[in-house]
Design a protein around this ligand. Structure first.
Ligand code: NAD
Length: 508
């Protein structure tokens, strides 16, 4: 956990060819007012680099560029589905060809272990592009039957059309993957995009813009604006934006909805979670312990789907919790560049303070907390924590911590487990560990969550719709639903006339 080493210097060379400007209309430029944004390296708390900080006029430039690039008659608008598909495949291929560099960028910028970024985030981002490349040629309308009219008189068609200019606003926890998850389906649908990465992790979005340029994406189809919350707010509120697709906190999601109500622009929201994980007494306990630890501690617990509430059937509660505590204590924490590191730092000093405040308040209320220590290091590290005996109404049980903090509680009956799991304003993900698959499916159907994992966690795929119920958001990403979210359906009706079948008209 020391300051800049030889390995660091080699790794930092991944920044050498990275543009730090705004990517608008296929060109790199400074912000109009030349402001800069600092990106820190969470493992050392040092400045990693600075990038352009987009302001209101830059937002206007990028939205205009995206509008022009998607206009009828534009190169993008006229591009065949086959060519669009090839473009998406090409970007996916380029992500894989540049996997080491992209993984390094996310490792340095976010703090996550390099091996996690290399084996997880980067191939997942490529897979989204490759999967979405299959859609352009399959976005067909219908030849619709008119219900109330004469079948011979009317020819009616439905046509899927791109929704238009998309503002894509993403958080810092999976920087490259989140960018891919927004951009690829929007492009598959024929939309144009202004992408705003999180202020903490702007770098891999800039690299993605470079790759899109290399793939030959027409100028203005993808624009990248680095900036902060104010940049995001200006983008989400711009009247030239037809749709906002947002991943981030529930509070910001709410403000985006309020803004979108002005002109009813389309909105997809992937928000927070407090996902319950139910372990039944008959489960394979080794698998359940590993699964529960993975559910909460993966990516430093900074995942929206983190399995942060654990409900364990009483007769195995002590054994499961002891197993998870043992796992937590063994997790190797350190700089993501170190190949032994299993858990990196949290994203920022402020975020760590917030995470620790949940533990302090739980302890003060009499809960038992293990872990949650701050190692002696300049980085924003925090050891994984397990909380038991907490008041069910305590903030650590009710609110999203977004860090490596698990709250465990025993239950006695299936009904009680389901009721506890559903007692949350969120509804993003849930899990069930049991050997009884019938029980797992029946409980799974009762859980109010967009995704339910059985004897597993964190299995996501571009073919599978992902999203939340209730406070976890609106709409779905991925799968066909994820492409449909970027389409409007137009109905075209042609009145063929009320023909009476008399003699065939004579030629004139
Ligand atoms: P955040 O909402 O503060 O920021 C997310 C993004 O929104 C950033 O790019 C930020 O600059 C921008 N932003 C901030 N204020 C804005 C505003 N008023 N208008 C428009 N844009 C604005 O979230 P965060 O703290 O960076 O990320 C953590 C949150 O994201 C957690 O709550 C987590 O659950 C959620 N998250 C959800 C998912 C999901 O798929 N459901 C995935 C990852 C993270």
């Amino acid at each position: 956990m020391s300051a800049t080493t030889h390995t660091d210097r080699l790794s930092l060379s991944c920044l050498d060819d990275l543009p730090r400007g705004l990517f608008i209309a296929g060109k790199w430029s400074a912000a109009d007012d030349h402001r800069q944004l600092v990106s820190l390296r969470p493992s050392t708390a040092e400045t990693l680099t600075t990038v352009a900080h987009a302001g209101v006029t830059d937002v206007a430039r990028s939205v205009a560029a995206a509008g022009a690039a998607g206009r009828p008659g534009s190169r993008w608008h006229r591009m065949s589905p086959a060519a669009r598909s090839r473009m998406l495949h090409r970007i996916g291929d380029l992500i894989l060809e540049n996997a080491d560099r992209l993984a390094l960028l996310d490792c340095l910028d976010n703090g996550k272990p390099l091996r996690v970024a290399r084996a997880g985030d980067v191939p997942a981002a490529a897979a989204v592009f490759h999967y979405m490349a299959g859609w352009p040629g399959r976005l067909n309308g219908e030849n619709a039957s008119i219900y109330t009219g004469s079948p011979e008189r009317h020819l009616a068609l439905t046509v899927p059309e791109p929704v238009g200019v998309v503002a894509a606003i993403i958080p810092w926890n999976f920087p490259l993957y989140m960018a891919a998850a927004k951009v690829a389906p929007a492009l598959a649908a024929g939309c144009t995009v202004v992408l705003k990465p999180a202020e903490q992790t702007p770098l891999s979005a800039l690299a993605l813009a470079q790759l899109a340029q290399e793939a030959g994406l027409p100028p203005g189809v993808l624009n990248v604006l680095t900036g902060d919350a104010a940049t995001g707010a200006a983008l989400a509120a711009h009247p030239g934006v037809d749709k906002v697709t947002f991943t981030g906190s529930t509070e910001v999601g709410r403000s985006i909805v309020r803004g979108a109500a002005v002109d009813f622009r389309r909105v997809t929201l992937e928000l927070g979670g407090k996902s319950p994980n139910i372990v039944f007494g008959d489960a394979d306990l080794r698998q359940a312990i590993d699964g529960a630890a993975h559910a909460i501690f993966y990516n430093q617990g900074e995942t929206c789907v983190a399995g942060s509430r654990l409900y364990v059937q009483r007769q195995v509660f002590d054994e499961v919790v002891a197993g998870i505590r043992e796992r937590a204590a063994a997790i190797r924490i350190g700089d993501g560049l170190d190949r032994d590191t299993e858990m990196g730092p949290l994203i920022s000093a402020e975020h760590r303070t917030r995470v620790l405040s949940y533990l302090d308040s739980a302890r003060a209320d009499g809960a038992r907390v293990t872990g949650g220590q701050v190692p002696d290091s300049p980085g924003f590290f925090c050891t994984p924590a397990v909380v038991t005996d907490a008041d069910p109404q305590a903030p650590v049980v009710r609110e999203e911590v977004f860090g490596p903090v698990l709250v465990a509680q025993p239950f006695d009956t299936v009904q009680e487990a389901v009721a506890l799991a559903n007692d949350s304003p969120y509804g993003l993900a849930a899990g069930v560990f049991t050997r009884d698959l019938g029980l797992a499916h029946q409980v799974g159907r009762r859980l109010r969550a967009g995704t339910v994992w059985i004897n597993s966690w964190h299995v996501l795929d571009p073919a599978l719709p992902f999203g939340g119920m209730r406070g976890s958001g609106w709409g779905r990403e991925m799968g066909k639903a994820g492409v449909d979210a970027f389409l409007e359906t137009k109905t075209l009706i042609n009145d063929l006339g009320n023909r009476s079948w008399g003699p065939t008209p004579a030629s004139k």
